[in-house]
Design a protein around this ligand. Sequence first.
Ligand SMILES: Nc1ncnc2c1ncn2[C@@H]1O[C@H](COP(=O)(O)OP(=O)(O)OP(=O)(O)O)[C@@H](O)[C@H]1O
Ligand SMILES: [Mg+2]
Length: 314
Amino acid sequence: MAKSPLIVFEHVTKWYSGNVIGLNQCSATIGKGITGLLGPNGAGKSTFLKLATGQIYPNIGQVSIFGVNPFANTGIFTKVGYCPEQDAFWSWMTGKEFLVNLSLVHGFSKKEAKDEAKRVLEIVGLDDARADRRIVTYSKGMRQRVKVAQAMIGDPELLILDEPFAGADPITRAYLGKVFEKLKKKGVSILISSHVLHEVEAFASQIKLIYRGRLLAEGPVKRIRQLIYDHPHRIFIKTKSPRKLAQHLIIEPSVSSVEISNGGKNSSLWVLSKNPYEFYRTLPKILIDTGIPVEEFQSVDDNLQAVFDYLISR
Ligand SMILES: Nc1ncnc2c1ncn2[C@@H]1O[C@H](COP(=O)(O)OP(=O)(O)OP(=O)(O)O)[C@@H](O)[C@H]1O
Ligand SMILES: [Mg+2]
């Protein structure tokens, strides 16, 4: 962790009306570099980012960003750029007009604002032809690019991005990923939220897993990847030769148990593996060597939700 943290949460609890918990006793430190805030729907990611940027206030606990309370020190926004989860455009404008106007709000002169809009448009890869179209005609990917571009106005040293990949096409995702890598090399820090690790693992150095308003785990990408892949997986296999396949599987070190369900036509196997990565490598080899046909194959725990359930049950 960096010596001087950028963001510090101390025992922060935030609840919404109707007793909905947004964040629950959350203590976290965000250092320099790129941090991925990862969690499923409703985990508390947006709540965390809104608290960090002072848009909402904690019911209990303290939040600081660059050493001050964001709620009372809006001056820090010269150092912080924020990309909201929801679209917040003046969408009757063109992308360029939107960015020029926001640059004016940031305090740039008319001439500087035009240059600033051009600079950020270039970074996110929106050429004139697209930047001169009205935002209302934009695809989701183009909207996400403009949202990221507006966060970069004024060249802030910290970007806080709430799911900038959400709904974007693969080309936009890959492009923005490269943009974040370049920014990282320039020394810009980024706090970025996402549902899935693979979206952020290429450029994030630290990951924080958040679930039901609690910080469940944190650490370098490698450790979190291990945690996600190593939790036990239940795998469903439908085959006409369940007993024969079970005999081959049970001797595999990656297999903890095999259960045969039903007999006859609808036979299937439930496999529990404590090392799913190894199991997925071994299974095709066994199937080819034995010639056992498989009709269906499903890993029911191969998602973040299952990982979180596993982590809170330990
Ligand atoms: N304005 C609000 N009023 C009431 N409840 C809210 C409000 N905003 C968020 N919540 C609730 O707080 C919890 C955390 O929500 P939050 O939006 O922070 O999660 P998230 O991780 O960003 O989810 P998503 O992936 O869907 O964006 C959820 O239960 C959500 O329903
Ligand atoms: Mg959210």
